[in-house]
Design a protein around this ligand. Sequence first.
Ligand code: NDP
Length: 435
Amino acid sequence: AARNKGETEFLQAVGEVLESLEPVVEQNPDIIKTGVIDRIVEPERFIQFRVSWVDDAGNVRVNRGFRVQFNSAIGPYKGGLRLHPSVTGSVIKFLGFEQTFKNSLTGLPMGGGKGGSDFDPKGKSDAEVMRFCQSFMTELCKHIGADTDVPAGDIGVGAREIGYMYGQYKRLRNEFTGVLTGKGLTFGGSLGRTQATGYGLLYLTEEMLRCMKNDSVAGKTVVISGSGNVAIYATEKAQQLGAKVVALSDSDGYIHDPDGIKLDIVKDIKEVRRARIKEYVQSVPTATYTEGCTGIWSIPCDVALPCATQNELDGASADKLIQGGVTAVAEGANMPCTPEAVEKLQAAGILFAPAKAANAGGVAVSGLEMSQNSLRYGWTFEEVDSKLHDIMLGIFHAAYDASEKYGSAGNLVMGANIAGFLKVAEAMIAQGVAY
Ligand code: NDP
C-alpha cells in the first residue's frame, strides 16, 4: 500500500483480489515463496506522456496520456483506452490489473493492459477529437504492436476514435496490422464486436440463473444503468431473451419506462445524435426522467445490470435493490459495485456476477478480432456470436468450479479471481522470477 499511496481505485481492486486468494494460499502455502503474488500486483511497465493538440479556436491544449502494460505472461498486453476527465494513473492501474484476470478467464492468449487520457470528448468537434487522437497515437505508437500490446475502446473511445488512432498508427509505422481492436469493418474489424460486451453479459447472466436458480432471464424486469455501448447492447440481448428493461441512465439522470424501453429511440439519441438520455421522454411521454443517477436502483426489478462506471452502486443502492426484490446482479461496467454493495448483495443471497467474468465478452471478441487479423480472414456474425456464447459459458463455469473447489461454492467474486489468477500465476512461475 505504501508504494501506491493515494491510488484509491487501484488499492481497492488489489485488496479484493488478494482477499479472494486466501484459500489458494492456505491450500498451497509454497506459492508465497515463488513471489508470484508480489510480482502480479506490480505492473510490468507504466507509461505516462504529454498529449498536446490544437482546438478549433486555435488554442493549444494539453492532456495527460497513459498506458499500463500490466502483465504479459499469457499473451500480448490487451485492454481498452479510456477518454474521460476522471482518468488518473490509479484508475488506469486498477483497470489494467483487473484486465489481467479477465483476459485470463476468457481462455484466449491475452495479457493485461489499459490506457487512456483525461481528455473529455464531450462537447468537442469531430476535428478536435481527430487531432487529439492523432497526437495521442503519435506517442503511443512507440509502445504498442500487434504482438506486443493491442489497445481497444473503452469509455469515450468508440469506432470513430479507434479509426483516427488506427489511421495515425498506420501512417507513422507504415504497416497494416491488427494493432488495435474495435476497428471499422472495412479495415479489419470483427462483426459482433459492438454488441459483444452487452450480449456477453446476458449470456453469462442467463447461465448463472440457469445453473444456480434453475431460472432464466425471460419474463424478468431488468434495470440497466448507463446508456453507452455496454448498456445499449445489454438491453438489446435482454429484450431478445424475453426480459423487460425498464430503466437506463447517463451521468445526469435516469429514465424509467414501465412499459419497456424502446431501444430504437435510445440508439437514435445516443449513437446517432450523441445527445442526452433525458430526450427519451420527448418521444415517450409516458416515461419519466429523474435528475441524478443513484435513484435508478430504487426501481423494483428482478435483475440489475450496472453498466455505467466504477463505484456507481454503493451500499445504500444495494439496500434499495434488495428492498425492490432483486434476485441477480451482474456487473457490465468495471467495478461498478463498491465492496460494501457486493457484501450486502452476497449476504442477502442475491446472485452476483463480478465484472471480470460478466463483462469479458468485449475483450473476448477483441481476441477473436486479433485471430481474424492474423488469419487475414473474417468470420460471419453468427460464427463470432456463437464463439462468444461458448466463451461466456466457459467463464461462468471456470469461476463457479473454482468457487466450489476453494470452499465458497457460488461465490463468483472469489471464483473468478482464483480461476483468473491461477493461469497467469502458473505461466509467471514457469517463465522465471526475472520475467
Ligand atoms: P460509453 O462511454 O459508451 O458509455 C458509458 C455510459 O455510462 C454513458 O451513458 C455515460 O453517460 C454513463 N455514465 C458515466 N458515468 C455515469 C454515472 N456516474 N452514472 C450513470 N451513468 C454514467 O462506455 P461503455 O459502455 O463502453 O463502458 C461502460 C463501462 O463498461 C465502463 O466501466 C467500461 O470500462 C466497461 N466495459 C466496456 C467494454 C466495452 O466493450 N465497451 C468492455 C468491458 C467493460 P455520460 O454520457 O453522461 O457520460
